[in-house]
Design a protein around this ligand. Structure first.
Ligand code: DLL
Length: 427
């Protein structure tokens, strides 16, 4: 283990969480007008929070609050103590700016080093970091973590695929960090260039920043002959490094609970849900100085399990994020996540794992058009494939699409940088 805390008995962990939650609430109340007002409105004073079990008394913090308090209304320290500013990758409205003190940066480096160690990266390894550098937390978050672990970082950043591949061949990285969609793109691109990815020494890829499905992960692992480990995080809490799978078991992501406290709530009522039930992930920071965050509604859909993992880590595990609360599509009265559609499609042989969903409104009805790609070595023609996909979507999800187009391989635009966009809402 990278850190003893990873196997600490849960009872001890709860004591640490209690102390840290009390300190975080006090810090937020005393230094941030927004939190003081919200707590007063809710009739809660910091003294009311006696243990971690009282957390549900605290009001939620939402994305809108970050936007309303833009740029730094949620910061709890004076400007001279903020050592770095980054931002979330929001596509609409103002970005959410986040700040870090020296101590926050040390925590981030530590949780990222821990995450990489759990993912199977070892001191001395070469890590090619293809997450974007800049305001996005992916690049610098991984960068610091690799150095913290004592491995070597190759900061290629996002995009520039030809150079990425050349580096993978010439320097022979042991591990690679990038989004799952970019990972697939890299594999595809190597094949087009006549390079066999299986010849590379690469053994681990650490994928995150966007949802992916099990079949998509299987494609990545097969194409590159690697273990693909899921890592989760968000800028509002710190960046990447909130939770990660262990390479040994790969069954849910260990949440670094000494720094981030997870709950899962019903997205409609906000009521906490029992272990194992799927709902919206809510996170509270337990050690952040510059930007303490109380009960943040992440919008991410997951469930929690408290069972000790076979790897020996005691931290609660969150299921791989299946989508976002606001990604729920309601098409002709049927609720469906974009990721479920992907799962069905990737399951159909002869379909490449590239697709797009276009949503339109005709009169008062929502319509959905899906475009999928024909796999290069497909055994069936486009008509037969269309039939297969339509039948599967109907059988598994009970959805019928308004139009389903099968296009030749490579026709759906690939994205080299940033987070992949698959749902295009024209409504
Ligand atoms: O995406 C941090 C990150 C960078 C995580 C690199 C992992 C790797 P934001 O730009 O603030 O931060 O976006 C956070 O991305 O609320 C999720 O919706 C989504 N997300 C992040 N990791 C995963 C994952 C970074 N492993 C938002 N699976 C989050 C699914 C993820 N979704």
């Amino acid at each position: 283990m990278y850190h003893d805390i990873e196997t600490t008995p849960r009872s001890e962990l709860r004591e640490i969480q209690t102390d840290r939650l009390r300190e975080t609430v006090r810090r937020a109340y005393e230094n941030v007008d927004f939190y003081r007002e919200r707590l007063e409105e809710a009739g809660v004073s910091p003294a009311d929070i006696e243990s971690i079990d009282d957390i549900a008394e605290l009001p939620f913090t939402r994305k809108e609050h970050f936007r309303e308090q833009y740029p730094d209304g949620l910061f709890a320290v004076p400007h001279e103590d903020v050592r770095r500013i980054q931002a979330s990758s929001g596509t609409t409205g103002k970005q959410k700016l986040v700040g870090y003190t020296d101590a926050d940066l040390r925590v981030w480096r530590d949780v990222m080093a821990r995450s990489l160690a759990a993912a199977g990266v070892e001191p001395g390894d070469l890590f090619q970091n293809a997450y974007g550098y800049g305001l996005f937390t992916g690049g610098l978050g991984f960068h610091d973590g690799v150095e913290g672990l004592g491995a070597t970082v190759l900061p290629t950043g996002g995009g520039n695929t030809a150079r990425q591949i050349e580096m993978l061949q010439d320097l022979g990285a042991d591990a690679l960090g990038c989004t799952p969609s970019y990972c697939l793109y890299l594999a595809e691109n190597m094949e087009e260039r006549g390079i066999d990815p299986q010849d590379l020494p690469l053994s681990t890829v650490v994928i995150g920043a966007e949802p992916f499905t099990d079949p998509m992960r299987a494609e990545i692992e097969a194409a590159l002959d690697v273990t693909a480990v899921d890592i989760y995080g968000l800028s509002e809490l710190i960046g990447p490094g909130v939770s990660v799978e262990c390479a040994e078991v790969q069954n849910g992501m260990h949440v670094w609970e000494d720094h981030f406290y997870p709950e899962v709530v019903d997205p409609d009522t906000g009521e906490p849900l029992p272990e194992g039930e799927e709902g919206e992930l809510v996170l509270t920071s337990l050690t952040k100085e510059a930007l303490p965050v109380l009960r943040y509604r992440t919008g991410d859909v997951t469930s929690l399990t408290y069972e000790t993992c076979d790897c020996g880590r005691t931290a609660v595990r969150m299921d791989n994020v299946s989508g976002r609360v606001d990604d729920l599509l309601i098409v002709r009265g049927v609720n469906v996540y974009a990721s479920s559609i992907e799962e069905v499609m990737v399951d159909v042989d002869a379909i490449a794992p590239h697709y797009r969903i276009d949503l339109y409104r005709e009169g008062s009805l929502d319509t959905m058009e899906i475009t999928v790609e024909h796999h290069e070595d497909a055994d069936a023609g486009a008509d037969e494939l269309r039939d297969r996909v339509e039948t599967r979507l109907d059988e598994v999800l009970n959805v019928s699409v308004d139009a389903l187009e099968v296009v030749p391989y490579g026709q759906i635009e690939r994205q080299e940088t940033g987070k992949v966009q698959r749902v295009f809402d024209h409504r």
